[in-house]
Design a protein around this ligand. Structure first.
Ligand code: AMP
Length: 178
């Protein structure tokens, strides 16, 4: 199974992914973490993606898809994987289906916008400045939200609303342990 966490910036995808990993021992594949690592190590890919990440835009699909494919194939012997931050647009959703035929469960982490903003400002990552945050919200609305309709039509989407990652994890946990 592939567990896909979709949510606006600050919705707690990373925290919820960790909670799932702790309980179920499913490895996490986090696109944002992979990219931040590449940038930190100043690899060729890191240099290519820096301007996108620091301005809050999506990095080109072919770059992120190749990285994710590599990671997922490493975990193929495991029963399940938690995907944090991928797919982020329709093209990536289709690429993921090509990559693996494993059953997908998609959780949309629906958190009120005032809470999202407060969290991002307090988190203080380099792409958490006011201007970049706005850009990332725009990208979420224009590019990522359409995948929710796509998964809804395929009956793989569950909307999980909550104001804390605790609450959201509890709801997901209840569904996973059923
Ligand atoms: P995140 O840690 O998920 O908030 O991602 C941080 C940044 O990494 C995003 O604002 C994008 O610039 C980039 N990024 C992460 N995941 C993807 C993806 N699936 N496709 C394109 N860019 C991504």
């Amino acid at each position: 199974m592939i567990i896909i966490l979709v949510g606006a910036p600050g919705s707690g995808k990373g925290t919820v992914a960790e909670r799932i990993q702790n309980k179920y021992e499913f490895p996490i594949v986090s696109s944002g973490e992979i990219l931040r690592n590449e940038m930190k190590q100043e690899t060729a890919i890191g240099k290519q993606v820096l301007s996108y990440v620091s301005s809050g835009k999506l990095v080109p699909d072919r770059i992120i898809t190749a990285l994710i494919k590599q990671k997922i194939s490493k975990h193929q012997h495991k029963c399940s994987v938690v995907l944090d931050g991928y797919p982020r647009n329709l093209n990536q959703s289709l690429a993921l289906e090509d990559m693996t035929q494993t059953k997908q469960r998609v959780f949309y982490l629906d958190v009120p916008k005032d809470i999202l903003k407060e969290r991002l400002i307090n988190r203080g990552r380099t792409d958490d400045t006011e201007k970049v945050i706005e850009q990332r919200f725009e990208v979420f609305l224009n590019e990522t939200r359409p995948i929710l309709d796509y998964y809804k039509r395929r009956d793989t989407l569950v909307r999980i609303s909550g104001t804390s990652s605790d609450e959201i994890f509890r709801k997901i946990d209840a569904l996973l342990s059923k």
